[in-house]
Each structure stands twice: as C-alpha cells, then as structure tokens.
Write a protein that binds this ligand. Sequence first.
Ligand code: 13P
Length: 230
Amino acid sequence: MILAANFKTNHTRKSTLEYLETLDGFSNTCSEDSFYIFPPATALESSSAHITIGAQNAYPIESGSCTGEIGVAQLNEFSIKTVLIGHSERRHVLGESLDLIKKKYDFFKEQGFTIFFCIGEPLEVKEQGVDAVMAYIADQIEGIDLSYENLIVAYEPVWAIGTGKSATNEDIAQIHSKIKKICDKPLLYGGSVKEANFKDIVAIDGVDGVLVGTASWDVADYISMIKSAK
Ligand code: 13P
C-alpha cells in the first residue's frame, strides 16, 4: 500500500524532522507499505530507507529567474526525485492552468521524477453525475503521458478535500474502476481520509493507497490510523 502524507502549509523544519524520526521507527515495521511525505519547501529533507520525501510543488526549470519558486537545483540538494503535480489547491486556489500542469508533468517526466499526479472534480461537476466527472477528468489528463513508468495517480475530489466529508465507498469504487480502465498505474484516493474511514477505503478494489492531508499532520494520529487497518 502507498501511504502518502501532504503537509500542505503545515510543519516547520524542526517539527518535520521530529515527525520523520517518529514515523521512521514505525515505517520500519511495515515492510509491505511505501511511505511518502510531502513537507513544505522549507522543510525538504533527504529520503531515508523507509520514507521517500517529495516536493509539494516545483517549477519546471533547473534554476533561473523565477521568484518564489524552486527548481531541480534546489531539489537536487536533498536528492529529491518525487513531486506532486496538479493538486487541487494549486489548480483552484493558486490558479495553475492545464497548460502549466502539463508543462510541469513533461519536464519532471523528462527528469525521471516519480510524479504523483492529482486529478478530481469540483462539487458542481460531481452533482452532474458520473459521466460529467469522467469528462472533467478526461480534460485533466489530456496530453498527460499515462504510460510513464514513474507515475502514481491520486484521485482527490475537490469537494472532499479538507472538508471532513470523504467520498462514499461506492463513489470511490466507481470512479477508481473507471480511472483504472484508462490508466493502469497505482491509484490513490485522497480527500478527508481519517481514522474513521481509512480501513474501509484502503480495502476498496482499485485503491492502491491514500494521499492524506489533515489526518497526517499529527504523527501519532497518523500512525494510529495506519495501525487501524493492520
Ligand atoms: P485532506 O486529507 O485534509 O482532505 O486533504 C487531502 C489532500 O489534499 C491530500 O493531498
């Protein structure tokens, strides 16, 4: 199972190091799981044997004049080869266009990065039914090379992110099976995953893991959630 934690704009460098130390001890005991942590850019670290560190965002550039962004040169300092692309907060809050997302995808693919590519529909699309959801997702993946060997897809419905209201198991099973038909890469679910629903969600056919925000930020809670499914 793939267990990915997105810290978003939480944690400092110090608290990330403490977190990683605690999680490292636990992850040792979970040989069949892959752990990924996406800390904020100020807390990037090198990966350990059991935990891969990824960047929440990076600009498709080696280095140069791009104020406020980081590129490959900054990621190389920590040997980071994993990046999140297309997260809904970058699409909908920060206004990243499909074009920029595709540019990032192609660039980091060229660099051999493991790409966590996030897709998912807003509420008004969900309310129009499954066909509308799949049409929305088709737009998000247009021009994206789904055969890329280091691709991990995360289905994160926008309305479920940070709301405490996860998609139902039926919704997840249905959308995941449809995505699996067009892309056979590992497929994660994200959106209000928490201890109360974790065990059921990871048991759904077509769910290869989770991308967790809020419920990952406290390491003890995160570990307890993972243990709940063991
Ligand atoms: P929450 O788990 O807080 O809903 O966030 C999910 C997410 O955006 C992970 O990338």
